[in-house]
Design a protein around this ligand. Structure first.
Ligand code: GLA
Ligand code: GLA
Length: 674
């Protein structure tokens, strides 16, 4: 149970910003929330300026009234600590609050998130505010959880101000202890970069040419930690003053700046914000699914909450398409299908003023009674109530994608053989499993892997020795590994592991790579699968020049000076098998590769369904719930095989097959043993 105040139910609601509205609107809000089945709202995320008009003056009167009103209407609150947007008076009085970019440009107030993570003033004033909020509301009947800050680092991928520079040096001292160790780790013999005093070191500010890559990598680590430190300071205060009240902050899926795996250890449940682009052809359902899978995997032992999504259009893309009828409900229930116990929106009532006034809300600008969106919001609220039995159940995966923020940071630094879109490549591999209804977790390369039959390692460029050993041991014990090009190239300091790439994976893969032939945009090679009639697929992005040392070639390149050399290999290592894909194939080719690998690993789908129909399974103490989501604009019939049970939404027994109208969903509580 992730929210003790909402036992055995799914959370439903959104960001609620009553400070943007006169009090006369609040009553109507509370009434409409009830009508829509809302049971949880995030209050006050951007209300610091209203809560604290001056350094020595606070005003909680309005928030008291909001909290009481919500409690009276049975709506619980995920109460914000309100530290996401400091009031303008603060940076006027304490200019150290303001962040500085790599060019030395100060970022000013007038928007939001204009704070340096290392600013002493920001830290002090944020802590004081959190303390007051915690003391005032910790026993309030409406309080269900704490919402710390908001989307840390969303608009602020770096800061290079004075305080941040000093904090970077402290972080480095803690990591390396001596300058000698730092100089070795950073490889500073290169380009005359040797440091003789700590204060010679800066954050990687704008420089004439490439900054030292290890300096940049350590800066990414430091910056993620600096933001995390802010979160932890708030969390510690909340835990001290309000023990037992769950604490979280909203993540953003594949967000490069923050190592969410580390952060997830310190949230009581994972919450995240998902905004797939609904414009035609952009596969919002797949984009949503892969984000849910990454976020769910951060805390595998409990459900997550979708903290924000849009009821229809957003305001921040060049073209902001609406969600067509039924799409918002379908996407919302996909959240539940993939392990979510809460569906929330940004925001409850669409703003009248400010930069987000064209962002959809649960309550739009038009009269709710005349609104398509509000009608769908009400229907979704009813559905989520019906689906309460699903709460607490989990998704179990036998496939894992090894995905690591440090590898992401490192592989996308400049001065590489070619450009690698790390998360894009991981998501492209995930696509196969999504479309085949095979559950996938994203795991750290060093995580326990016993529960998995198959581990996929896409471009796992940076790989510590212990993590390489972990992957090798997984195979030796009987697991199946699929690694791709540019994996295992550097150690944690971003130094090449010498001895034939990827040196630490050479034994498990049964091959070594001599050199790389990355492809320019539009440049292609061909890959031919073995056998007289072996199919041929286009290859792009990258080609490895491979030497086999035991591995067998399943497919070879057809072009360039390495024609005839292996592009896809298989090797038996210990009790398991390791496959290696030294290029990126067009989709049909990739599907063939992963099908082969899945067959070898004995990985099966939850259910074979027609294209465009997603099937997932959630399980809890002997109960299993089969979700079927029809993403197509036409009706489909899904054969159930031996599975049967009760469709909770339609409230009727199903067996044999289920007919799903366009964009419809069935949630089948399966009869045990089927
Ligand atoms: C993010 C923020 C919200 C809002 C939405 C708009 O998720 O957390 O405050 O700006 O984006 O889509
Ligand atoms: C220039 C520089 C060298 C080296 C090469 C790399 O020639 O003088 O130091 O950086 O480029 O191509």
């Amino acid at each position: 149970m992730i929210l003790p105040k909402l036992p055995a139910s799914l959370a439903y609601g959104g960001d609620y910003n009553p400070e943007q509205w006169p009090e006369s609107v609040w009553r109507e809000d509370a009434r409409l929330m009830r009508e829509a089945g809302v049971n949880l709202v995030s209050v006050g995320i951007f209300s610091w300026a209203k809560l604290q008009p001056a350094e020595k003056r606070y005003d909680f009167g309005w928030l008291d009234r909001v909290m009481d009103l919500l409690a009276d209407h049975g709506v619980h609150v995920c109460l914000a600590t309100a530290t996401a947007s400091p009031p303008p008076w603060m940076s006027k009085k304490h200019p150290d609050v303001l962040p500085v970019d790599a060019n030395g440009v100060t970022l000013y107030p007038g928007s939001r998130q204009h704070y340096s993570p290392c600013s002493p003033s920001y830290r002090r004033l944020a802590a004081a505010l959190v303390r007051r909020i915690a003391l005032r509301y910790r026993r309030h009947p409406a309080l269900a959880a704490w919402h710390v800050n908001n989307e840390y680092a969303c608009h602020l991928p770096e800061c290079h101000g004075e305080a941040t520079t000093r904090a970077f040096r402290v972080w480095l001292k803690r990591r390396y202890r001596t300058l000698e160790a730092l100089n070795v780790a950073w490889g500073t013999a290169f380009w005359s970069q040797v440091y003789y005093a700590w204060d010679e070191i800066f954050t990687p500010r704008r420089a004439p040419y490439h900054c030292n890559p290890t300096q940049q990598l350590d800066y990414r680590r430091f910056y993620s930690d600096a933001m995390f430190e802010l979160y932890r300071r708030e969390k510690d205060i909340l835990n001290e003053l309000a023990p037992g009240v769950p604490v979280t902050t909203n993540f953003m899926g594949f967000f490069k700046t923050l190592d969410y795996r580390r952060w997830a250890e310190e949230v009581d449940f994972v919450a995240w914000d998902s905004y797939p682009d609904p414009l035609p052809g952009l596969e919002p359902e797949r984009v949503g699914a892969v984000g849910h899978d990454l976020m769910r995997s951060l805390k595998k032992d409990r459900p997550f909450v979708l903290m924000e999504q849009a009821s229809s259009a957003v305001n921040w893309r060049a073209t902001n398409g609406p969600k067509a009828p039924g799409r918002m409900r379908l996407g919302s229930l996909q959240t539940v299908a993939r392990g979510g116990d809460g569906v929330m929106f940004f925001q409850w009532r669409a703003s009248k003023a400010g930069a987000e006034k064209f962002h959809s809300g649960m309550v739009p600008h038009v009269e709710p009674a005349q609104s398509r969106v509000f009608a769908e919001i009400k229907r979704l609220g009813a559905d989520l109530k019906t689906l309460a039995p699903v709460a607490g159940s989990l998704v179990h995966a036998r496939v894992a994608i090894a995905f690591d923020w440090h590898a992401w940071w490192a592989v996308e630094l400049e001065s590489k053989p070619g450009r690698i879109d790390y998360s894009g490549w991981a998501q492209e591999l995930h696509r196969f499993f999504y479309t085949r209804n095979i559950a996938v977790d994203f795991v750290a390369p060093g995580a326990p892997l016993d529960e998995y039959a198959l581990v996929v390692a896409p471009a796992l460029y940076l790989l510590a020795k212990a993590d390489a050993d972990n992957l090798s041991a997984f195979v030796a014990k009987g697991g199946t590994l699929l690694a791709t090009y540019f994996s295992g190239i550097v150690d944690e300091h971003e130094h090449i592991v010498l001895g034939g790439y990827p040196a630490w994976l050479r034994a498990v893969l049964g091959l070594w790579v001599e050199e790389w032939a990355p492809c320019a945009e539009g440049q292609e090679n061909l890959v031919r699968f073995a056998g007289a009639r072996g199919p041929v697929f286009k290859a792009s992005h990258w080609c490895d020049v491979v030497h086999l040392e035991g591995a067998k070639a399943l497919a070879t390149f057809a072009g360039d000076y390495f024609a005839g050399r292996a592009a896809l290999t298989e090797y038996a290592h210990g009790r398991g098998r390791a496959f290696y894909l030294g290029t990126r194939l067009e989709r049909a080719g990739l599907d063939r590769v992963i099908s082969t690998v899945c067959a070898s690993a004995g990985v099966e789908p939850v259910l074979a369904t027609p294209a465009g129909v997603e099937a997932t399974l959630r399980e809890r103490d002997g109960h299993a719930f089969l979700f079927l989501l029809n993403h197509r604009d036409e009706a489909v019939r899904v054969k159930l095989g031996h599975k049967r049970g009760i469709d909770l939404l339609a409230r009727k027994p199903v067996r044999g097959a289920v007919s799903l109208p366009p964009r419809e969903i069935a949630v089948v509580a399966l009869e045990p043993g089927t």
